[in-house]
Design a protein around this ligand. Structure first.
Ligand SMILES: Nc1ncnc2c1ncn2[C@@H]1O[C@H](COP(=O)(O)OP(=O)(O)O)[C@@H](O)[C@H]1O
Ligand SMILES: Nc1ncnc2c1ncn2[C@H]1C[C@H](O)[C@@H](COP(=O)(O)OP(=O)(O)O)O1
Ligand SMILES: [Mg+2]
Length: 194
């Protein structure tokens, strides 16, 4: 595995729910041709398949909780391998959500070259998620679950940023600005990688 993706850059995209991770990743795909893997999207695909495992995942996600680490990591790893021959870089969106996930990823796959920290105020995230909820059809875009997701973000995911800061790979992105302004910052961080 490590061999197959040895030249591909790995970028972790970390930020609260509704901070704009998915929005920025789409633009990175367009400009840089990186492979975008969203843990949430992978999980929702499993739910949509109607499998027994998908039903269990749905119940967890609806409560705003984290699904088991092994499940997410296996899904990401399989998806990375599937793209290994064509991918020059990977955007890992929504993972790691806790320090342990980062540690396990590095043991099984490899080290990230960059961590994009997509930062927005909690009020901003709530407003964006409530708006997204009007059309997303996502079971977790409702007021009650949003609150739980935010709490979990501050408790479990923010420590991930501190964990990688010591390696100097964290780039903090101000995601309060309009999408294109946010993307300028993202582009600058990626351009510096080369
Ligand atoms: N910079 C921004 N300004 C305004 N709205 C944004 C911005 N970035 C994202 N959004 C909107 O906020 C919502 C959440 O964005 P999304 O990319 O799905 O976030 P995440 O993947 O982090 O949950 C979406 O409806 C999106 O259109
Ligand atoms: N790395 C991960 N570990 C555990 N659960 C995860 C996960 N990534 C996603 N999930 C589950 C729990 C999340 O509340 C839900 C939705 O995730 P998401 O689509 O990444 O949300 P968002 O883009 O709004 O931040 O899926
Ligand atoms: Mg997303």
């Amino acid at each position: 595995m490590a061999d197959k993706i040895k030249d591909a850059k790995i970028i972790f995209v970390v930020g609260g729910p509704g901070s704009g991770k998915g929005t920025q990743c789409e633009k990175v795909v367009e400009k840089y041709g990186y492979t975008h893997l969203s843990s949430g999207d992978l999980l929702r695909a499993e739910v949509a398949s109607g499998s027994e495992r998908g039903n269990q995942l749905q119940a967890i996600m609806q409560k705003g909780e984290l699904v088991p680490l092994d499940t997410v990591l296996d899904m990401i790893k399989d998806a990375m391998i599937a793209k290994a021959d064509v991918s020059k870089g990977y955007l890992i969106d929504g993972y790691p959500r806790e320090v342990k996930q980062g540690e396990e990823f590095e043991k099984k796959i490899g080290a990230p070259a960059l961590l994009l920290y997509i930062d927005a105020k909690s009020e901003t995230m709530v407003q964006r998620l409530l708006k997204r909820g009007q059309t997303s059809g996502r079971a977790d875009d409702n007021e009650e679950t949003i609150k739980k997701r935010l709490d979990l973000y501050y408790k479990a995911t923010e420590p991930v940023i501190a964990f990688y800061e010591s390696r100097d790979i964290v780039r903090k992105i101000d995601s309060e600005l309009p999408v294109d302004e946010v993307f300028k910052q993202v582009s600058q961080a990626i351009d510096k990688l080369k």
